[in-house]
Design a protein around this ligand. Structure first.
Ligand SMILES: NC(=O)c1ccc[n+]([C@@H]2O[C@H](COP(=O)([O-])OP(=O)(O)OC[C@H]3O[C@@H](n4cnc5c(N)ncnc54)[C@H](OP(=O)(O)O)[C@@H]3O)[C@@H](O)[C@H]2O)c1
Length: 327
């Protein structure tokens, strides 16, 4: 099969087509004939040598795919050959086929194309697990989403709306802010021209927000705590602004607040399977309507041009998810 390899660590040009053996399923796995693969920020970090795959995972980049079940391993009882599925992977998505524990796959929702379905796994597993399971976001609450126009951010806006909560986002340009508003953000703060903390205080009449979904990390920790309402929760999923920051513990205590963090990639198949069960129960019934959760696709590139997809992502102008079309 054709794959895209990281030939050596470096810029997008190190992504090269190569031939590898087609995988066979181990017990509990399915092999997916990949039709589309999502591109994630993590893939660009892996390409630069800054985010190694977890032990035992494929060295090929790619954390989410959509396609058709090609082969089924022993003791798989949730999917059969020929079914359309999307799945979250620990790696290996930039390829014609991948093997994945069947508990990490979900059916492609009715009315979603393969390219559209490839926008779902990484974004939904991450956003649902952090907002619903960890931060326990409830209807009526207000959520601050940093990086609102990212793949993750756009999904967070839509899931927040589906939950009956109010999303406020930050983004770096007017165009990105406008896109977030069109997706359902109640307010979009351009963090390059405004102080998000001052804006949050004004927008919430000094109360603050109940939940913050943060992908900036250290540089925002102090302000995120300041932006919290009593009993507020911060969930950190990336450290693009540094891995350490100032935490005023007295403020945290006074607000009875919580700061949490998580990563998805290194979790076991069983743990990812638990997230998949929650998604199937709570989110999958919402998807056929494509409202409020719809595909937000910035650009589609052929698999062989993965290099261009990475250039687009690192250029930083994208809004939503970048997808690779396979076969
Ligand atoms: N922990 C996990 O399990 C997990 C899972 C999936 C993704 N993630 C992380 O979530 C983030 C989004 O992933 P993605 O694939 O959706 O990537 P993406 O589309 O490239 O999004 C990155 C976003 O980060 C924002 N950003 C970067 N530096 C910033 C800064 N200093 N201040 C404010 N915003 C900043 C950018 O916003 P502007 O362009 O507006 O500046 C951009 O929207 C990535 O950092 C990724 O590693 C974590």
């Amino acid at each position: 099969m054709t794959v895209i390899e990281i030939s050596s660590f470096g810029g997008p040009e190190v992504l090269r087509p190569a031939e590898r053996p087609k995988p066979s399923p181990n017990p509990g796995e399915i092999v997916i004939g990949i039709k589309a693969a999502g591109v994630a920020r993590a893939d660009t970090l892996q390409r630069r040598g800054k985010y190694p795959p977890p032990l035992g995972a494929s060295d090929i980049p790619g954390l989410d795919v959509a396609g058709v079940v090609d082969t089924v391993g022993e003791s798989v009882d949730n999917f059969s050959a020929g079914e359309r599925v999307c799945a979250i992977l620990a790696g290996g998505g930039y390829a014609q086929y991948c093997a994945v524990p069947s508990c990490q796959a979900l059916p492609i929702p009715e009315g979603w194309t393969d390219v559209e379905a490839a926008t779902l796994p990484e974004n939904l597993f991450t956003v649902y697990d952090n907002l619903v399971t960890r931060a326990a976001l409830r209807g009526g609450e207000t959520l601050l989403i940093h990086g609102g126009s990212s793949g993750i951010g756009t999904m967070a806006i839509m899931l927040c709306r589906a939950w009956g909560a109010t999303p406020i986002v930050t983004a770096g340009t007017k165009e990105k802010c406008d896109a977030c508003l069109r997706l359902g953000a109640a307010h979009a703060i351009n963090y390059r021209t405004s102080d998000f903390l001052a804006e949050i205080r004004t927008l919430t009449a000094a109360k603050g927000v109940e939940v913050v979904l943060d992908m900036v990390g250290g540089a925002y920790l102090k302000k995120n705590v300041d932006a919290l309402a009593p009993e507020g929760r911060i969930v950190i999923i990336a450290t693009q602004g540094g891995a350490t920051g100032d935490l005023d513990i007295r403020k945290l205590m006074h607000k009875r607040a919580r700061v949490m963090g998580s990563t998805m990639r290194a979790r076991s198949p069983q743990q990812k399977g638990e997230v998949a069960k929650g998604l199937l129960r709570d989110v999958w019934p919402l998807l056929p309507a494509k409202n409020p959760i719809c595909p937000v696709i910035d650009a589609v590139f052929p698999l062989a041009e993965a290099r261009l997809a990475h250039e687009r992502m690192e250029g930083g102008e994208h809004i939503g998810k970048i997808v690779l079309a396979v076969q």
